[in-house]
Design a protein around this ligand. Structure first.
Ligand code: NAP
Length: 258
């Protein structure tokens, strides 16, 4: 049962244009792709390795009456990102919303033990990747560059605020950088027809967590349970929609009070 099970077909919903979701094969990105399709968006999604899961998300979007396509693209590879944006636009039409979602977590550990390889991996994917995707979005959507505007939704984490002591302070820092990207870029492109907003999920039931972590921490949020990907996807779909037309530079916590 998902929050969108009552929506059998997107036919009754007016088309919203094309949304691109990075890391749309699984977890929060997959749920966001389906929520956006239910809201009338055609959806292009990227994945790194999980082609079968990406194809299943495409099929779910198509069952909602929308066009969808999955494209393999690594968010740390500028050529991949260019190809991703170009192929999605060629197949589905001009992109009006970009969900900057692909991300990774580090293994649990204390700062004193981090090595360069670990630090560079999480910062490269979560920070460099998010900046590269946001830049590609601005180059296509900015009214100053011939585009028609749009919205970028950055997927941050409550870790950015809480700090994740003893687990992954490097991941928390990478998401604090994503929050700064939301604030700074929103101001930079506000007069170019682009809103930049974000979500900070708390503990959400996806495969990103190390085994046992959800069982250990699941009951700790004030709401007494972990969140579901759909519950984050609803906030993303709202922020991407015209219903959030006066929101930019802001990041919503979706964290059960944690
Ligand atoms: P997930 O289930 O592990 O899914 C990660 C997605 O990102 C997959 O689609 C994966 O593709 C893709 N991906 C990873 N590295 C990539 C790369 N280098 N290039 C392109 N795609 C890449 O993770 P999730 O929990 O849904 O997390 C999604 C976002 O939410 C992340 O930014 C994460 O930091 C954030 N978040 C999650 C939680 C949580 O509790 N789950 C909380 C706060 C924030 P493949 O399937 O092909 O591997």
């Amino acid at each position: 049962m998902t929050l969108r099970d009552d929506v059998s077909s997107g036919d009754q919903v007016e088309s919203n244009g094309t949304a691109l979701v990075t890391g749309g094969s699984r977890g929060i990105g997959a749920a966001a792709a389906i929520a956006l399709a239910a809201d009338g968006w055609n959806v292009g999604l990227s994945y790194r390795t999980q082609a079968d899961q990406a194809a299943a998300v495409v099929a779910a979007c198509e069952r909602l009456g929308r066009k969808a396509v999955a494209i393999q693209a690594d968010v740390v590879d500028p050529a991949d990102i260019e190809r991703l944006f170009d192929e999605v636009a060629a197949q589905l039409g001009p992109i009006g919303a970009v969900i900057n979602n692909a991300g990774v977590i580090s293994p649990a550990g204390r700062v004193a033990e981090y090595d360069v390889e670990r630090l560079e991996r999480v910062l490269r994917i979560n920070v460099t990747g998010a900046f590269l995707v946001a830049g590609a979005a601005v180059r296509r959507m900015s009214t100053a560059r011939g585009g028609t505007g749009g919205v970028i939704v950055n997927v941050s984490s409550r870790a950015a605020v809480l700090g994740s002591a003893g687990e992954y302070v490097d991941y928390a820092a990478s998401k604090a950088a994503v929050d700064a990207l939301t604030t700074g870029l929103a101001n930079e492109v506000a007069e170019e027809g682009i809103r930049v907003v974000g979500v900070r999920p708390g503990l959400i039931e996806t495969e990103i967590h190390e085994p046992g972590r959800l069982d250990r921490l699941g009951a700790t949020p004030p709401l007494g349970r972990p969140g579901k990907p759909d519950e984050v996807a609803e906030a993303i779909a709202f922020l991407a929609s015209a219903r959030a037309s006066y929101m930019t530079g802001t990041t919503l916590d979706v964290s059960g009070g944690r």
